[in-house]
Design a protein around this ligand. Structure first.
Ligand code: ASP
Length: 296
């Protein structure tokens, strides 16, 4: 039984096959490969895109989808998460998609090996399907991404999108620069070797092919980092004045804090791929479901 907790769970060959399927599905919707299969969504943290995307992906492939609401499930009556998972698994779903604020929950449940676990966001540790859809978006635009440079801008230390992207995009040969105020930059030991860190967007703007802007993960901060995020926005918002005519791809996993992360104007610009990422996420999740449930 293959789980997807982190992109490192996938071999290069699997990533290649998943990417090829995602592009093929984007070109032409596939037949319902997963008819009669069941997916259970178990989201302990808020989600708009990821949960809907998993659900539509599953339905496009013919799966039945059960959305369990943790606030009305038995974890709320004192049942342990492991017992809830064991009980769901006893009904033999084909996968359980889980999002949790704890970095280790998805990994621990996958180790029980009772149901296939797909991680839809684990604390600040991993968001593998986001990394894969970001990878797809970059490959779709650049073709070969080896040697290209991406700046990740914002709350890197608290972001699972950043940590997953760093692991996957480095593996795929990209150069990664980290940009943000000190409080948002990780300690050097964060993900293996040190990555170059910058305090100012101006210092990287002429070095990059792509920018991944990130939202401040306010829900993960023990105490407020900034009282007023417009001050942060003055320095780190991706605006037309910052970009000028440069040919730089702009990405963001959403939700976007308008005019703090990315300006209204840049969100409308053809260099901005935020909605393309969402579209690609659907095909990428279809490809992941097919590969993990049918092919491995
Ligand atoms: N949607 C992404 C996540 O779940 C990014 C964010 O919330 O800022 O991590």
């Amino acid at each position: 039984m293959q789980h997807l907790v982190d992109t490192n769970d996938l071999s290069d060959k699997q990533i290649e096959a998943i990417l090829a399927d995602a592009f093929a599905f984007k070109h032409k919707n596939p037949p319902p490969f997963l008819e009669n299969k069941i997916m259970v969504n178990l989201f302990f943290e808020d989600s708009t895109r990821t949960r809907t995307s998993f659900e539509i992906a599953a339905k496009r492939l013919g799966m039945g989808v059960i959305n369990l609401n943790p606030s009305s499930s038995s974890t709320n009556k004192g049942e342990t998460l492991e017992d809830t998972f064991a009980n769901i698994s006893a009904m033999d779903p084909d996968c359980v998609v889980i999002r949790h604020k704890d970095n280790n929950v998805a990994r621990n449940l996958s180790a029980m090996n009772l149901s296939r676990v797909l991680n839809a966001g684990a604390g600040n540790y991993a968001h593998p399907t986001q990394a894969l859809l970001d990878y797809m978006t970059l490959v779709e635009h650049f073709g070969d991404i080896r040697g290209k440079t991406i700046a990740i801008v914002g709350d890197i230390i608290s972001s699972r999108v950043a940590s997953s992207a760093i692991r996957l995009l480095r593996r795929m040969g990209m150069n990664i620069l980290l940009v943000g105020p000190k409080a948002f930059l990780p300690p050097i030991s964060f993900v293996g070797d040190a990555l170059p860190q910058y305090k100012k967007l101006e210092d990287v703007i002429d070095k990059v092919d792509a920018i991944m802007s990130l939202r401040a993960q306010i829900e993960r901060h023990e105490k407020p980092v900034f009282k007023d995020y417009s001050h942060y926005g003055h320095k780190y918002c991706i605006t037309q004045e910052v970009l000028k005519g440069r040919n730089i791809l702009i990405m963001h996993p959403g939700p976007v804090m308008r005019n703090i992360d990315i300006s209204d104007e840049v969100l409308q610009d053809s260099r901005c791929k935020v909605l393309t990422q969402v579209t690609n996420g659907l095909y990428m999740r279809m490809a992941i479901l097919k590969n993990l449930i049918l092919d491995s």
